[in-house]
Write a protein that binds this ligand. Structure first.
Ligand SMILES: Nc1ncnc2c1ncn2[C@@H]1O[C@H](COP(=O)(O)OP(=O)(O)OP(=O)(O)O)[C@@H](O)[C@H]1O
Ligand SMILES: [Mg+2]
Length: 321
């Protein structure tokens, strides 16, 4: 079964695109067929990491219905079993895709003939980003050893938890109003976590909050610490784990510790993934180890329910920031 892997970060410039390109290549070298999708709307540059000129139609063509299938947008990368669906200028970053469009794109992705589809997401916590992240069967959250990147990652998780809770209830359900009221009244670091709130809802509305509870519990984002310079840098990852557990009730997994590697800059200048240029470099080795773990890890949670969630559009972003 195809696996959809989303690569996200709260803060920009932490290495999502570099990681997506190299992880995709590492999975392809393990014999998997891999499609990389540039979902960084308005700032797409995944093609650059792969040394491809952006002359091809991209995702915008599907969104504006010039192309009917995502498969017709596949571009060869020059690497065996590795394909790219580029982003394009038809989709400005400010375009807020409606839920129906996101659902159409996600259903098209599920039809791609690939073992892995990797989504290179834009930075931040906008609903375009969070919705694609939640629809994936597995999510990677990239941080750098800087407090700002960790705090933004936490904001991302908070938005994701809120979105999961809302989408687990039908539009106009009274539970949705309760979720909005809870999120609006919550002040940082105090009160119950999102999970404790969902448990409380489950007590008051028997049977109705089961999906919310199960989906929050199964979220399990995998944190990747990139540009690490010292073993102590991992401590920031543990702090993120602790505040996510306490305030959100979300459990994080740790799946990567990628070192600062001057080869990464060189590889971008050379328009090739570092794994192709120098497979023995510290960054390449860590990415290969990550790919091996992902390739043998058990099938993650099926998040198809999120795709079927109704009435997500129209939920004002300002309801919760
Ligand atoms: N492990 C690393 N060692 C050294 N430099 C790195 C490493 N990872 C990323 N970089 C540098 O960080 C820069 C940003 O990387 P990248 O474009 O992948 O980030 P991003 O998260 O995709 O950014 P955006 O949010 O803008 O899409 C790159 O130019 C690269 O040189
Ligand atoms: Mg990027």
């Amino acid at each position: 079964m195809q696996r959809l892997l989303a690569v996200a970060s709260g803060k920009g410039g932490v290495g999502k695109s570099v990681l997506t390109a190299n992880l995709g290549l590492a999975l392809a070298r393990l014999g998997k067929t891999v499609v990389l999708v540039d979902l960084d709307l308005g700032a797409s540059n995944l093609h650059t990491c792969l040394g491809i000129r952006n002359r091809n139609p991209g995702l915008g063509s599907l969104v504006w219905k010039q192309e009917k299938s995502l498969a017709s947008l596949l571009v060869e990368t020059g690497q065996e079993r590795l394909w790219l669906i580029p982003g394009d200028s038809l989709l400005p970053g400010t375009a807020n895709l409606d839920w129906g469009t996101k659902r159409r794109v996600l259903k098209e992705m599920a039809r791609l003939p690939a073992d892995f589809v990797l989504l290179d997401l834009g930075a931040g916590s906008s609903y375009n980003v969070v919705d694609f992240y939640l629809a994936a069967s597995q999510g990677l959250l990239v941080i750098n050893p800087e407090i700002t990147s960790v705090l933004n990652a936490y904001s991302f998780l908070k938005t994701a938890a809120f979105r999961v809770l809302l989408s687990a209830f039908p539009p106009k359900a009274e539970e949705r109003a309760e979720v909005l009221a809870f999120a609006g009244a919550k002040t940082e670091g105090s009160g119950s976590s999102f999970l404790a709130f969902a448990e409380e809802l489950a007590g008051r509305f028997p049977g109705k909050a089961d999906l919310a509870l199960a989906s929050l519990r199964s979220l399990r984002p995998q944190v990747i610490l990139n540009r690490a310079k010292a073993p102590e840098d991992a401590d920031l990852g543990y702090r993120l784990r602790d505040i996510s557990r306490k305030n959100l009730g979300i459990e994080l997994g740790f799946s990567g510790f990628l070192l600062e590697d001057e080869g990464v800059g060189r590889s971008i200048a050379a328009r090739q993934p570092l794994l192709a240029l120098d497979p023995a470099s510290p960054f390449s080795r860590a990415v290969q180890a990550l790919a091996s773990r992902i390739a043998i890890s058990p099938e993650p949670q099926d998040r198809a329910w999120f795709l079927e969630a109704e009435g997500l559009e129209g939920l004002a972003a300002e309801a919760f920031t």
